[in-house]
Design a protein around this ligand. Structure first.
Ligand code: AKG
Length: 247
């Protein structure tokens, strides 16, 4: 694997890529909140868009901590208006959420440092963590993270990658879906079942800097139970906190 613009780029065939990434173990799971007995391992879930899953990225204690911190402040999730870039309510996104300010406390700083270590994207390029809660029937229709109407794009350039952490299991439904992805097999579209502590990294940009339309993704409706997740959107350049409302 080589790095171009900070993006891990596959070398050779998809088989080579799988060989490099499957079951790959890294150090760095030792710090943070809660004892980590299981090492962080990674799998490739798609080569188009480029997407990886990191198993056991967060400890159970970290997941519980983020949920506890966010719970009193949850509000209806918004989408960006294409014209103005302002946050507006939409039937396409029915979850609740809130931002935990970048660097807010020691636990959050530890998680943000771990994300930077694994993605090779500096902490400064990331927005504040966004904690999401979906109850039965709630969803987020397929969308692009880079097409946000301009307001976040003006602060750090386009979002180039998204790091989505699952803070809970979901009994049924609530999968993260990529309807246009090629995945590992011939079948079009992939779906990832949330598992507490796992994290999904996907790239919205190709390694030549063009935006990747295959990064279209969403959250299918929760059928049974509820879903907690936490997103870190990462930009091409530094993203200044406080410059864009909420993030
Ligand atoms: O919660 C999910 O599975 C998807 C979240 C999402 O699409 C996003 O944060 O951009």
């Amino acid at each position: 694997m080589v790095l171009e613009h900070g993006i891990p780029v596959p070398v050779g065939s998809e088989e080579d890529l799988k060989h490099i990434c499957l079951g790959h173990k890294r150090s760095g799971g030792g710090e943070g909140l809660g004892r980590r007995r299981i090492p962080i391992t990674s799998d490739i879930v798609s080569s188009a868009p480029l997407a990886f899953i990191y198993h056991n990225f967060l400890s159970k204690k970290e997941c519980e901590y983020l949920i506890k911190l966010a719970t009193p402040h949850m509000a209806k999730s918004l989408v960006s208006d294409n014209e103005t870039g302002k946050g507006i309510e939409s039937k396409a996104r029915t979850s609740y959420g809130m931002f935990l300010k970048r660097g807010q406390d020691k636990v959050i700083r530890g998680i943000e440092k771990r994300i930077a270590d694994y993605t090779l994207i500096p902490v400064e390029n990331g927005e504040s963590l966004y904690v999401l809660h979906y109850e039965k029937g709630q969803k987020y229709d397929p969308h692009y993270d880079y097409s946000d109407g301009g307001s976040t794009t003006r602060n750090g350039g386009p979002r180039m990658a998204t790091f989505l952490m699952y803070l809970s299991d979901v009994e049924e439904g609530g999968e993260t879906v990529f309807p246009s992805a090629k995945g590992n097999i011939e079948k079009k579209g992939i779906s990832i079942k949330p598992k507490m502590g796992d994290a999904l990294l996907f790239w919205s940009m190709n390694h030549d800097g063009t935006l990747d339309p295959l990064s279209l993704h969403g959250s299918s409706p929760v059928i049974k139970g509820d879903k907690w997740s936490c997103t870190k959107w990462m930009h091409v350049d530094e993203h200044k906190i406080g410059k864009t409302k909420g993030v």
